[in-house]
Unconditional design. Sequence first.
Lengths: 482, 241
Amino acid sequence: MDRQEENNIIRDVTSREYSGGFVTDVEQEFVPKGLNEDTIRMISSMKDEPRWMLDFRLDAFGRWKKMKQPDWAHLDMPPIDYQDIIYYAAPKKNADRPKEIDPKLAETFEKLGIPLHEREALAGVVAVDAVFDSVSVKTTFRKALEEKGIIFCPFSEAVREHGDLVRKYLATVVPPGDNFFAALNSAVFSDGSFCYIPKGVRCPMELSSYFRINASGTGQFERTLIIADEGSYVSYMEGCTAPMRDERQLHAAVVEIVAEKDADVKYSTVQNWYPGDEEGRGGILNLVTKRGLCKGAGSHISWTQVETGSAITWKYPSTILKGDDTSSEFYSVAVTNNRQQADTGTKMLHVGRNTRSRIVSKGISAGHSQNSYRGLVSMARTAENARNHSRCDSLLIGPDCGAHTFPVIRNSCRTAVVEHEATASKISEDQLFYCNQRGIGTEDAVGLIVNGYAGEVLSRLPMEFAVEARKLLQVSLEGSVG
Amino acid sequence: MAERGHGTYIDIPVQYGEGVIVAGPGQTIRKVIVCRPEDGGGGAAVPEHIVAERDSVTELCIAVLPGVNADFPIAVDITGSGASVRISGFYICGADESVKFCIRVNHRCPGSVSEQLFKGIAGGVSSVSFDGCITVAPGADGTEAFQECHNILVSDEARVRIEPQLEIYADDVKCSHGATTGRLGEEELFYMRSRGIPDTEARVLRIISFLSPVIAFAGTEGEGLAAEAEAAVRRVVGGNV
C-alpha cells in the first residue's frame, strides 16, 4: 500500500464518529464547583453517610492537599484546575415515579447497548450496575444474586447497609495516601460498585459496571470494591463512555480487589471514554488506580483490559501476591490514535512463596499518538521459587506516532525467576505480501494481522465483551495499518 | 534525546564534550576493557560518550571482575546511516560490590544498527543495576536496535535491578529488548552431577557457559580474559572473594 492510500485510510478511520458521544438531557443536581472540606461534607451528607466515612474522606483530603501531581509518566499532561471541577452531579429522580429509572436514562444506556431491563437481557447472563455521572442509577439481577448471598450494589448503598464489610476492606489495598489521584478519589468519590462473594460461592453470572460521564464540567470519581471470600469465583466487567466535548474531563477512579484463600477474580475492562478529536481537543483524562490483593494462599486475580478511548490514560492495574501459591495475570491491548496518549501497564509484587505472574501487553499506536508500557515486577526476599514472564509488543502505524516500553525488574530472591521481553515494529511487508498473494486485500490482511496480534488478549475477555472489544478495535484501527 | 516524564520527543543536539570517542565515516573501533580491583577498577578507560558516524563500526566489551565497584554511564549517539554499534559486557560480583550500567543509545538517523548484550552473576551482598535505554528519533527509519541483559543470582542477599527501555518515534523499525534474572537450573546441575561432576564444578561450568557469549566476543583482544573470568567464577562459587 502506498503512502497516499495509507493516509486516506488513516483519515477515513480517524474521522469516523465516536458512537458514544451524545449528551442525555436530564435534570441534574450538582454540588458547586471547587474542592474544599465543605464540598466533601456536602457529598457525604447527600449520600447520607455515617461519620466514619466522612472522617475517611477528610483524612484523604488532608493527605491530598500535601501531595503533588505526579509527572513521571511519559505524558504531555495539561494542567488540571482542581477548583474548576464539579465533584458531584446526579440525575434528579422523577417525582412521580421515584422507584423507576428515568426513561431518558434507560434510553441512554439502551443506546449504548447496556440492557437495564432484566427481562430484555439474556436471562441470567450479566448483572449490570450502571453509573451515570456520580451516582449508580440501576443495578440489575439483585434478587437472583441475593439468593446466593452475593452482594452487588451501588457503593453508597453498601456503605449504609453493609457498613461493617465496607469498613473492614475499604482502602486495605489502595490506602488513601497511596498516590495523588487515589487520595483525590478517596476524598470525593461519589459512587461505584460494591461486590461481595461469600465463601465457596461461584457467581452464576458476569457482574458488570457501566460508567457514563454525561454532565459538562464534572469529573467522575467512582470507587469499586470487590471482595471474594474463600474459594469463591467472580468475573467482573467494566465499560465506559462519555459525550463528545471540547473540554477535558477528569476521571479518577479507584478499584480494589481482595481475594481470600483460593478465591478467583477475573476483572475485565473495555475502556472507551471519549478520546478527543483529531486535534486533541477534549477527551477524558483517565487517571485510575487499580489494585488487587491475593491475600489468601492459592488465590488468583486476572486483569484483562482493552484500552481504546481517553485523551490521556494513566493506569496500572496491579497485583500484590501476598499469599503463598497465588497467581496473577495481566492481559492488555492499548490502542491510541490521533493525539491520544497512554501510559499504562502493571505491577506484580511477589511476596509469597511459589507465586506466579504473567504479563502480556500489546500496544498499538497510530496517528500522532504516544503509547507507553510501564511495568514493575518485584521479587521480595520471601518470594521463593516465584516466577514471572512478561511480554510487551508494540505495533507502530504511521511515521508520527511513538511506542515506548519502561519495564522495571527488581529481584532480591535467589530462587525467583523473572523473564521480560519486548519488541516494537510495524506490520511486516512480508506478512502483507503473503496475504495479498493469496487474494486477501490489504485492508482485510491488516485486519487479520491486527486481530491475530491482539488475539491472545481478546480471547481472555468474557464473551459479551470480546464482541464489543473486537468491534472497537476495528473502528479505531482496521485499515489504518499499512 | 527524549526527556523523561514528557510525552514528546525533544531533539537535543549531540554535545561533543571531553573524552568523546568519535567513530568517523567508515572507521572501525574495537575496545575491550577489563576492570580489575588491582588496577583501581579500570573504569577510567570506559568511554562516557561515543558518536558513531556513517558506515562506522564500534565494538565495545567491558568485563567487570569481582571486587570492582563500577558505575558506568555510557551515551551513544548514532548520527550516520550504516553505522553499527555493539556494546557487550559481563560482571561477576561475589562480595559487596555495586555495579551500575546506564547505557543510552540514540538512533538519530535512518538505517543504523545497535546491539547490547550484558550478562552477570550476583553473589554475596552485591547489588547490580542495569539501566538501558534505546531511543529512536522521528524519521530514523530502518533502525534495528536490540538489547539483552541476563543475570543469575547465586546468593540470598544479592540484588538485581533492571530497567530496559525503548522509546520509539519512528515506525519502520525493528527493536527488542530482553531481560531476565534467574538462578542456576536445577536440572542442568543434576544432569552434570549424575555424570560424576562435583556440585561446585558443575556450577562453575554452568556459569562459564552462561558468560561465554560475551567472553567469546572479546576475541583475540581479550586474550587471557577467559582464564581470568574462570578463576573469578571459581572464587565466587567457592565463596572465596
